[in-house]
Design a protein around this ligand. Structure first.
Ligand SMILES: [Zn+2]
Length: 379
């Protein structure tokens, strides 16, 4: 992974590079940021840069003997840990190394993915993955070894929130006094779920969401996405590269959720049961990805409505045009600070349940009738 492979984040990249150039590499770092900001890709690019034998001012060379191994994630001084659980093939004593081939495959194919996508890649969709005590023991074992080729051994722990609680003290002990030749990079999304003791032992590096502009640029150059579509996807996903990737792959068909959303909300509001059931049937036939896009799009439209109803004009509100703008002008009076939290929760929960293979008819029926109630109460 090189810095140039990562969308935007120029300020962060510069900071990371400067830390290396000024010899200020801290031995335990925590990269924390929202889903789809590229924190794991940044960690990998950082470690590759640190070890590159021909580094330029702003990136690793990509072709020295160290880079060659990092390009395939097989460098002997790169150790990666992540949440896992038993699947059909591996039924006991699983740990990160059990799935290392799957992990490399997933990261190399595209470094922007979330926990659910990882679970689905290794066939554990309906389970909770954890970073096992066995993995923490493995890290302790690694600490006792010298690096093979590089100055540093790099240990990257993805989604450190998922460290098994009974294993956390082991990890803490290592972080307390990491050996000189080791670099720990912990990666996390949710600061509240991380033990304070971990926070206090690491140098915290906050990574913001990628800007919509950078997402659009990346989609155009990496996926040959048309400028107008790239802009639309960046806007809909609010800079989340995991969602942006998914939408790009699905094609614009799934992005054009406006018609579905506006007709759906109209039938909920007018409470015409036949129309509502027709919509539910339509949505149930969509694939899971398209259903998720509809939910993401709906969340975005509710947020825009709230801004409009409160007369707050942000860039994204100003960018609205045509049908979407006309619709929102009429729809926004029904969305307010009293009902937005309930709506958000309903749709976020629906999104998670779609990923967990919930029955789509029941899910969309439930959403529709709850929305009917909410919209009509706000009449
Ligand atoms: Zn190199």
């Amino acid at each position: 992974m090189r810095f140039k492979d990562i969308a935007g984040q120029e300020v962060i990249k510069k900071k990371l590079i400067n830390n290396i150039r000024n010899n200020r590499v801290s031995h335990a770092q925590l990269f924390i940021g929202p889903e789809g900001c590229g924190k794991m890709a940044l960690a990998l690019a950082y470690v590759q840069y640190l070890n590159c034998m021909n580094k330029t001012e702003d990136d690793a060379c990509g072709s020295c003997s160290s880079c060659n191994k990092f390009n395939k994630l097989i460098h002997p001084d790169l150790h990666m840990f992540f949440p896992v659980a038993n699947n059909k093939e591996f039924t006991k004593d699983v740990k990160s190394s059990t799935y290392i081939t799957h992990w490399r495959e997933m990261v190399l194919q595209n470094p922007y993915f979330n926990l659910m996508q990882w679970y689905s890649h290794i066939g554990i969709e309906n389970k909770q993955g954890i970073i096992k005590a066995d993995d923490c023991n493995e890290i302790i074992r690694l600490m006792g070894l010298k690096p093979y080729e590089s100055k540093y051994k790099a240990v990257i722990i993805w989604m450190v929130e998922k460290v098994y609680h009974a294993a956390a003290p082991k990890l803490l002990k290592i972080l307390e006094e990491p050996p000189d030749n080791t670099l720990f990079i912990l990666i996390a999304e949710n600061q509240q779920q991380i033990l304070k003791t971990i926070l206090s032992r690491t140098q915290v590096f906050k990574i913001p969401q990628t800007s919509e502009e950078d997402v659009a640029k990346y989609l155009e150059s990496e996926y040959n996405c048309e400028a107008q579509n790239a802009g639309k996807i960046a806007f809909l996903t609010a800079g989340n590269m995991v969602d942006a990737n998914r939408m790009c792959k699905e094609g614009m068909d799934s992005v054009d959720s406006f018609k579905s959303f506006s007709e759906w909300m109209r039938s909920c509001y007018s409470f015409k049961a036949a129309e509502i059931f027709e919509k539910i049937d339509d949505f149930a036939k969509y694939g899971r990805e398209k259903q998720k896009n509809l939910i993401s799009y709906s969340l975005k439209m509710f947020r825009q409505s709230l801004l409009l109803s409160q007369n707050i004009t942000t860039q994204s509100v100003l960018r609205l045009e045509g049908e979407e703008k006309d619709f929102l002008n009429k729809f926004s009076p029904y969305i307010n600070s009293d009902n937005i939290n309930e709506i958000n929760e309903l749709f976020q929960e629906a999104y998670i349940n779609i990923e967990r293979n919930a029955n789509p008819k029941i899910l969309f029926a439930d959403l529709s009738f709850k929305m009917t109630k909410i919209l009509r109460a706000g009449k």
